[in-house]
Design a protein around this ligand. Structure first.
Ligand code: ADP
Length: 429
């Protein structure tokens, strides 16, 4: 009984406290409201005791309430955007330009701040906070040329990291750019590791392969060998030759990847003569395979380049065109080799290898230039190759700053078009 009584008294006391607090709050709100009302009537010079003026004050109060609500929701929206930006795995910056040359960073998320050499970046020029001229040059280029720019950049400070950097224009104003940084250090390390491994392995394999080949040739010279022995030896010889080609390709790739920055030995190359040489080389093979090889080669076209490498690229493209045309079941089996000066831009030279082969599915077009990539193993199983041919072509063309276009339709054919810059006039040679 005593216990019930105590509980009742406690509840009564609690209700009393709540009532008092409620009263204080209400009178305070009431007081505040009156204060605001008085302030508004003072500013607008109206009499709040007049019912129509009081109505006006009431309306203004409502409008202010709406503005406050909007302000709060906008504040919330901004907070959410900053939270999202700070949680992105990419670095994001917002840059603006002053006097056509000074770039300032107006915003940077947490990841982007990792490339800063100072903590406080607001109001400072980009050169003061980022120790990397390539990135600053990229942003300047985007402002000056009014274009989006994309590059891979190595940062040494504050830490050694590789970033894929994009500078994008905004729809807001020409004065602003968005900079996006993607940390690709791990991918780059892996790629370098793979390259190192391949080069080392290729070097190690070269000598034993040459030895095996030498011994097989010697053994095969013995005319008393029975067919039972000769046949497996011939298979070993073929496979050794295949491996030797792979090793040679890998060593070539290693050399070319190194020279991307140093560039090949360049000289004047008679592209017409090179293309004809490639045509002559493949003519007999294509005839044997029932493929018509057509050459439409303009005379005396010269460019600056490395003739061995260009010939290698042309060979790879024609070799593929013939291989994949032979695979298609069709009446028309033709491969065209064309070389001509661009009619619109006399400085550009165009080389085309077109075929009526099995074509390439559109979803594969981007990938076929990757190392070791072969479209659908089942369709290429009968055909030898390691998926290195086009990777080599791409490396050679990159070294020559040539552009490569590819058009293909499955079961219809493929066209590779190369644009070489800087055709040399005979008069200037
Ligand atoms: P591979 O040595 O295996 O031919 P490439 O790098 O030269 O490797 O080519 C990669 C892949 O691209 C090929 O496996 C093939 O599927 C496709 N390809 C290349 N050229 C052609 C072409 N002219 N027609 C059809 N497919 C092609």
């Amino acid at each position: 009984m005593e216990y019930l009584m105590a509980t009742f008294i406690s509840l009564l006391a609690l209700a009393g406290i709540i009532l008092v607090l409620f009263y204080i709050k209400n009178t305070r709100t009431e007081k505040n409201y009156k204060k605001i009302k008085n302030e508004i009537s003072r500013i607008l010079n109206i009499n709040i005791n007049n019912p129509s003026d009081d109505f006006l004050v009431h309306q203004i109060g409502n409008a202010l309430k709406t503005i406050k609500e909007r302000y709060d929701s906008e504040k919330n929206r901004r907070k959410n955007i900053y939270t999202i930006l700070d949680n992105l795995s990419e670095g994001v910056m917002f840059a603006s330009i002053y006097n056509g040359e000074v770039i300032k960073i107006d915003f940077a998320n947490i990841v982007a701040k990792k490339i800063f050499t100072v903590d406080d970046y607001i109001g400072r020029s980009m050169a003061e906070i980022v120790d990397n001229h390539s990135l600053i040059d990229m942003v300047l280029k985007s402002f000056k040329k009014k274009i989006d720019v994309e590059e891979e950049i190595l940062f040494y400070s504050p830490e050694k990291r590789f970033y894929h950097c994009q500078v994008r224009q905004t729809q807001i104003d020409e004065k602003y750019r968005i900079i996006i940084l993607n940390n690709i250090t791990k991918e780059k390390d892996l790629v370098n590791l793979r390259k190192e491994f391949l080069t080392t392995m290729s070097h190690e394999l070269r000598t034993p392969l040459a030895v095996i080949n030498g011994y097989i040739e010697t053994i095969m010279m013995d005319e008393t060998l029975s067919d039972d022995v000769r046949k497996p030896l011939m298979i070993i010889e073929d496979e050794t030759a295949r491996l030797t080609r792979l090793v040679k390709d890998l060593l070539d790739i290693g050399r070319m990847e190194k020279s991307i920055n140093e560039s090949f030995n360049m000289d004047t190359v008679n592209l017409s003569a090179l293309t004809k040489k490639a045509y002559d080389f493949f003519k007999m093979l294509s005839d044997e395979m029932g493929i018509e090889l057509i050459s439409e080669i303009e005379d005396n076209i010269k460019i600056t380049g490395n003739d061995d490498r260009i010939l290698q690229a042309i060979y790879n493209l024609i070799d593929n065109a013939i291989k994949f045309t032979a695979m298609r079941n069709s009446e028309e089996k033709t491969v065209w080799i064309r070389l001509y000066k661009d009619s619109e831009n006399k400085n550009e030279v165009i080389l085309e290898i077109e075929d009526t082969g099995i074509g390439i599915p559109s979803k594969e077009l981007q990938k076929i230039f990757d190392m070791f990539y072969r479209v659908d193993k089942s369709r290429t199983r009968q055909i030898s190759g390691f998926g290195l041919g086009l990777y080599i072509v791409k490396l050679i063309l990159d070294n020559h700053k040539a552009r490569l276009f590819l058009e293909s339709e499955e079961n219809n054919g493929t066209l590779f078009r190369i644009n070489f810059k800087g055709g040399i006039d005979d008069a200037s040679v």
